[in-house]
Design a protein around this ligand. Structure first.
Ligand code: SF4
Length: 391
């Protein structure tokens, strides 16, 4: 058997529509929602992924970012019961917990000793913890570790804090007020969680008690206005359609356009597609997305979100092996060393999810990329053991 040279090779699948999209991407034209939806249908996955990789290479070359971070999930007690959520518990339920400030101090100490540059803090909507718990938590960390960046509280938590603090309830002024106060106590940025899929139908069917997409975007708008950067996520692979996924990305793209136009002090830094993991949630009968779906989604995200600098392959939920493949399909960030990520567990038998720097870097190099340590706002970091500084 004689193989043809790559130049003469006939594409495995002839896809004229994808050819047109490829031309648009290569000439820097923005893709429409219809084109985004088509990318979910094209049979030519490899051209799609290759196209996303062209964009990633122009933006970031061979660099793949990671950080040394630690997650704190301060409580799993939550007033809501989202159908896809295997994390929340009610107060009296087995496994319910809430961390004391001493627990937070211990976690911070461990983060300092591990040379972490970031603490990522999220939790359930605890019905009784007072607002002072949150400001004291931030203050405690800030005093113990002034250089560690605190990325904390998803948009729904911020709305919850505005309610319990009674600062203008959950209206825009109250949200801004609370964000300013949290920032004054040490908050450095918002994570991108809780966005799920913005569509109202999906919201009403799968997480009715949670804030709608419009309010999620508004909380991030307030954060950007007070000078906090943030991320955006999409939880995919449950009850949403491809068109609803694309609409979700379009809304984030439009919001980032406004942010850039208004020159707010903060912006969306990173988009993170999160695969739905059924676990023991109320949607456990659904299979969740498969590997091809994961690769396709990350590639589409890179192509649709032309104004978001970074696309993350969140290895904790994707698995490290899948994240390696995603680095060839548009992703340029793999997240960090983590430790103890309770929100979604790939292996429900083990709540510890940790990767050493050595293993993260090896995975990145094995995939053919250059590992680059970053801090939360993507400044490159150099370190001597656990001591570190921005380059
Ligand atoms: S997803 Fe968040 S808000 Fe919804 S039940 Fe789980 S912890 Fe609560």
């Amino acid at each position: 058997m004689q193989l043809k040279s790559a130049q003469n090779a006939i594409p495995l699948v002839q896809d004229d529509k994808l050819d047109v999209i490829a031309q648009k991407v290569r000439s820097g034209e923005r893709l429409s929602a219809e084109e985004g939806e088509y990318l979910y249908e094209t049979p030519d996955l490899w051209t799609l992924c290759g196209l996303a990789q062209e964009v990633r290479t122009i933006l970031h070359g061979n660099k793949t970012y990671y950080n040394i971070n630690r997650h704190i999930n301060y409580t799993n007690i939550c007033a809501l019961s989202c159908q896809f959520c295997d994390f929340h518990r009610k107060k009296e339920q087995e496994g319910a917990y809430e961390h004391s400030l001493d627990d937070i101090r211990r976690e911070t100490e461990v983060a300092i000793n591990a040379g972490a540059t970031e603490l990522h803090i999220v939790g359930g909507l605890h019905p009784w913890l007072p607002f002072s718990y949150y400001t004291e938590m931030l203050q405690t960390i800030r005093e113990m570790a002034p250089i560690i960046h605190i990325k904390a509280f998803t948009a729904v938590e911020v709305v919850h804090l505005a309610r319990i603090s009674k600062r203008g309830r959950d209206g825009r002024d109250g949200i801004t007020e609370v964000l300013k106060e949290l920032k004054a106590h040490g908050l450095g940025s918002l994570p991108g969680g809780g966005a799920e899929v913005f569509d109202d139908r999906v919201h009403d069917d799968a997480f009715k008690g949670k804030i709608r997409g419009e309010q999620w975007l508004d909380v991030h708008r307030c954060a950007h206005e007070v000078g906090l950067n943030s991320n955006a996520t999409m939880l995919y692979g449950h009850i949403e359609t491809n068109a609803e996924r694309i609409d979700h990305m379009m809304q984030i793209r439009e919001e980032q356009d406004r942010v850039l136009q208004d020159q707010t002090k903060g912006t969306f830094q990173t988009f993170i597609p999160l695969p739905f993991i059924p676990g023991k949630s109320e949607l456990a009968h659904l299979p969740g997305p498969g590997g091809v779906e994961n690769l396709r989604t990350i590639a589409i995200a890179r192509l649709m979100l032309d104004n978001i600098p970074h696309i993350k392959a969140f290895w904790i939920m994707q698995t490290l092996h899948m994240a390696q493949h995603m680095l060839e399909c548009g992703a340029n960030d793999i997240d960090g060393t983590v430790v103890w990520y309770d929100i979604t567990k790939v292996d429900t038998a083990d709540t510890h999810q940790e990767c050493t720097v050595h293993d993260l870097c090896r995975a990145i190099r094995d995939a053919g990329f250059e590992p680059v340590e970053r801090d939360t706002i993507y400044r490159e970091v150099e370190r001597d053991g656990h001591a570190w500084r921005v380059k």
